[in-house]
Ligand binder design. Structure first.
Ligand code: EPZ
Length: 424
């Protein structure tokens, strides 16, 4: 297939069984918030196992705009916010990542004032922030909007409060958690997110001197303290990267050892993978996934906040189901627009019917290569997975989506015998 491609792309020739070992990187959705936590203290915060991603580089640049000094040695970042600037006018940077929203709480708690552009991120839904702003108001902030900026101020500092989240929000939980650490008095947050990345942030904040109780439960109690000190913290492994490669091993009929993975963070996803017929074993070195003894079977999933099936692994699971025996009903409950990978998978020959927030995948015998592109990190990687099993060449355009969320994706797959390369 000769393509008039005048833009970068990932080129894949399908049909290779993946075999070998992949080292799982640090979790993007933990690292970004841990980096923001550096704003809460004037002491050095040292983070190990930070993945080298477009998003972590963007977060580092954002933090430097706010006065944080950063030093990177490989996957170790040392950050220190001796003097903090509470405002940022860098629209284009702030709007590239959703995680920029978690600068709000720390800056307000540290400076008593913050002015930030509205956050951006993957085009998978409305991505509202009303729970974040309501919570900051409960903690004593006045919140206003000013032509695309959010402004919040608490001249007398923040005070403890009780907040009931109407729905689970990961960054909403993290934003208010960080703000409450330095509030006067005790805060109680109900119906919080319980994702492992939230637990990782809590562990780091408590290492910094915060007093947070209830990690892993639906209610967090935060006793405010006057100041936090520095700490050294290792970012947890990325469960979404782990699930992505686990599905890749199963759908290519391969055998992968995912070293450094924490299987405790993927119970739902691994249960669905086993139900489809793949062999999943947990050993001292990590998670091993080998192909099913016979063809993969169709399995239904419904995404849900943790510990349910992660929305961030829905697209990848769908790619795996395109060639399973039977049908798979996949329902997305977290985002209203997170089935945009369906038309791209259909270009590869997948048989998928969408009704509202559900996609019915009927397994086909074979996919065929095509030029495809996606609009978000996880949709992009689902196309790479499908390309690994499609007959012939698949070109995945806009590889920067992959670079935002997967460290060394092409190299890791090449090391396991995939025929994959970055072009242009
Ligand atoms: C985090 O996004 C992750 N991103 C997402 O991963 C992940 O999909 C999501 O949590 C759910 O697990 C980061 O951590 C940087 P939410 P977040 O606030 O916090 C609604 C990836 O691929 N909502 O839990 O932005 C919202 O509209 C990314 O790595 C409100 O209504 O997600 C959405 O429908 C994609 N009001 C739902 O809740 C609010 O104030 C979940 O959003 C906040 C959220």
């Amino acid at each position: 297939m000769t393509l008039p491609l005048h833009e970068p792309a990932i080129r894949i020739i399908g049909g290779q069984r993946l075999s070998g070992r992949i080292a799982i990187s640090g979790a993007k959705n933990a690292a970004l918030k841990l980096m923001a936590a550096s704003l809460l203290t004037d002491q050095p915060l040292i983070l190990d196992n930070v993945p080298q991603l477009l998003d972590t580089v963007t977060m580092a640049e954002l933090l430097s705009h706010h006065g944080v000094t950063l030093n990177q040695q490989g996957n170790q970042w040392t950050m220190q916010a001796t003097n903090v600037a509470p405002t940022d006018t860098c629209f284009d940077l702030v709007r590239t990542i959703r995680a920029s929203i978690v600068l709000l709480g720390p800056l307000l708690a540290r400076c008593g004032y913050v002015r930030l552009p509205f956050p951006g991120g993957d085009a998978i839904g409305n991505r509202k922030i009303d729970y974040h702003l309501h919570g900051l108001q409960l903690l004593g902030a006045q919140v206003q909007f000013d032509d695309g900026f959010i402004m919040a101020e608490a001249p007398n500092g923040l005070h403890g409060a009780t907040m009931h989240f109407p729905n689970v929000t990961v960054t909403g939980t993290e934003n208010l958690l960080m703000a409450a650490c330095l509030a006067k008095g005790t805060s109680v947050l109900h119906n919080v997110a319980r994702e492992p990345e939230v637990g990782d942030l809590i562990a780091c904040l408590n290492n910094m001197g915060a007093r947070i109780e209830g990690a892993g439960s639906e209610t967090l109690v935060i006793h405010g303290v006057d100041r936090l000190q520095g700490a050294t913290h290792r970012v947890i492994p990325d469960r979404v990267e782990t699930g992505t490669y686990a599905f890749a091993a199963a759908m290519t009929g391969g055998d992968l050892l995912l070293t450094g993975a924490n299987p405790d963070h993927l119970h739902s996803e691994l249960a669905s993978l086993r139900a489809a017929g793949a062999n999943v074993s947990i050993g001292a070195e990590g998670l091993r996934v080998t192909a099913a003894d016979q063809a993969l079977q169709g399995v239904d999933i419904i995404t849900d906040p943790y510990p349910g099936f992660a929305t961030d692994m829905q697209a990848q699971f769908m790619a795996m189901m395109t060639r399973a025996k039977g049908a798979s009903l996949i329902t997305e409950t977290i985002y209203e627009n997170r089935l945009r990978h369906v038309p791209e998978l259909q270009k590869l020959g997948a048989n998928i019917t969408v009704h509202g927030q559900s996609a019915l995948v009927r397994g086909v015998d074979q996919l065929h290569g095509a030029v495809v592109s996606a609009t978000d990190i996880r949709a992009s990687v689902s196309l790479v997975l499908a390309g690994l099993v499609a007959e012939g060449e698949t070109w995945v355009q806009k590889p920067y989506h992959l670079d935002r969320g997967y460290e060394g994706l092409v190299e890791k797959l090449q090391s396991c015998h995939a025929t994959i390369e970055r072009v242009g």
